[in-house]
Design a protein around this ligand. Structure first.
Ligand code: ASP
Length: 337
């Protein structure tokens, strides 16, 4: 399978990803929107996209696809940044954050929820069964249990070991998450990454967009800390007339700039997905240059035409693309620094 994967630079696929709506050059012009298509953050997005494609490829809807897709990393116990197996907070609690948004502007979210392995399903239920958008902590857990979800222990032996290792020094700092960066691995127990969210965006055959975002947040975060991922407008935003955006990285900076909403609004003004993501990254740099240089944030966007793009603060951000002609592509995101 991995031999079929293609690793390419985003700039190489510029023709597919950087044209603004209605402004594609003759060379890049498309007669019809490219769909269905699903994109998601990081290399682990490949497996997630594959699950989403089982629905999209058969003409299914984008909401079902993104929910099913992100459940893959949620269930992957070796993934220490999403779902069960995610690293706990500094008090040893695994608390999960997730949100989902459909093509009609409906959305649901859970934050700081413990004991439930698939927060994205609970987020969808909040959207569909309550008059609310977000449930947090004990209330989210209560709602999940009342709706038939099973209570689970989300702290795996491996994550517990890493936490105990971390407790020896208890250094609390959001370490820059750059894959392959040796200094990062040195600072994290077990050579693992301390944060990485799956954000997924899908455009279905019928032309409808949905998105989902799920994470265990920062490893060893303060108990009760919630990042951007479950916050509509920050970690995820979808407007079916325009496109969708999602983010990964240090959530505090994304919340401060309402990043995903910003990306979608820029696309509304005619920016390509890539240019919109770049502008959102530059906004973070402009507001907090001293913080921005030491952290990672990556944005990913998909517009109504099926064009996609990304931009990150630092090198190392990747995303996965799945469409009819190529279902396992990993793209290296461009970066500011
Ligand atoms: N955005 C997530 C958070 O701040 C973490 C990540 O994507 O790396 O909780």
């Amino acid at each position: 399978m991995s031999t079929r994967r293609r690793f390419i630079k985003q700039s190489i696929i510029g023709a597919a990803s950087v044209g603004a709506i209605g402004q594609l050059s003759a060379k890049t012009k498309r007669v019809a929107p490219l769909r269905p298509i699903v994109i998601s953050t990081w290399d682990f997005g490949v497996a997630a996209n594959r699950a989403a494609w089982e629905i999209l490829g058969k003409g299914g809807n984008s909401l079902d696809a993104v929910e099913r897709g992100v459940m893959v990393p949620e269930a992957d116990l070796s993934n220490t940044t999403v779902g069960k197996g995610g690293y706990p907070d500094r008090d040893g609690h695994v608390t999960l954050d997730a949100c989902i948004m459909d093509s009609e502007g409906n959305c649901g979210a859970v934050a700081a929820m413990e004991h439930i392995a698939h927060p994205i399903q609970v987020a969808r239920l909040v959207m569909e069964k309550t008059p609310h958008v977000m449930l947090v902590g004990e209330g989210a857990l209560q709602f999940a249990l009342e709706n038939g979800f099973e209570r689970d222990n989300l702290l795996t032996a491996e994550s517990e070991k890493a936490w105990k290792e971390w407790l020896k020094e208890k250094k609390y700092a959001p370490v820059m998450n750059i894959e392959n960066a040796s200094f990062n691995k040195e600072r994290l127990p077990g050579n693992k990454y301390n944060h990485d969210t799956i954000g997924m965006l899908a455009l279905d055959q019928a032309g409808n967009l949905s998105g989902a975002c799920t994470t265990s947040g920062m490893a060893f975060k303060m108990h009760g800390r919630v990042g951007d991922s479950p916050i509509i407008g920050a970690g995820l935003y979808v407007d079916n007339e325009i496109g969708g955006a999602t983010s990964t990285g240090v959530g505090e900076e994304v919340i401060r700039t309402v990043g995903s909403f910003l990306v979608v609004e820029l696309m509304r003004q005619g920016y390509s997905p890539r240019e919109a993501c770049r502008e959102a990254v530059e906004r973070i740099v402009k507001k907090k240059p001293d913080i921005a240089k030491d952290i990672q944030v990556g944005f990913l966007a998909l517009n109504k035409n099926g064009e996609y793009g990304s931009f990150a603060l630092q090198e190392g951000f990747t995303f996965a693309v799945c469409e009819e002609r190529d279902q396992e592509r990993i793209v290296q995101g461009e970066h500011y620094y």
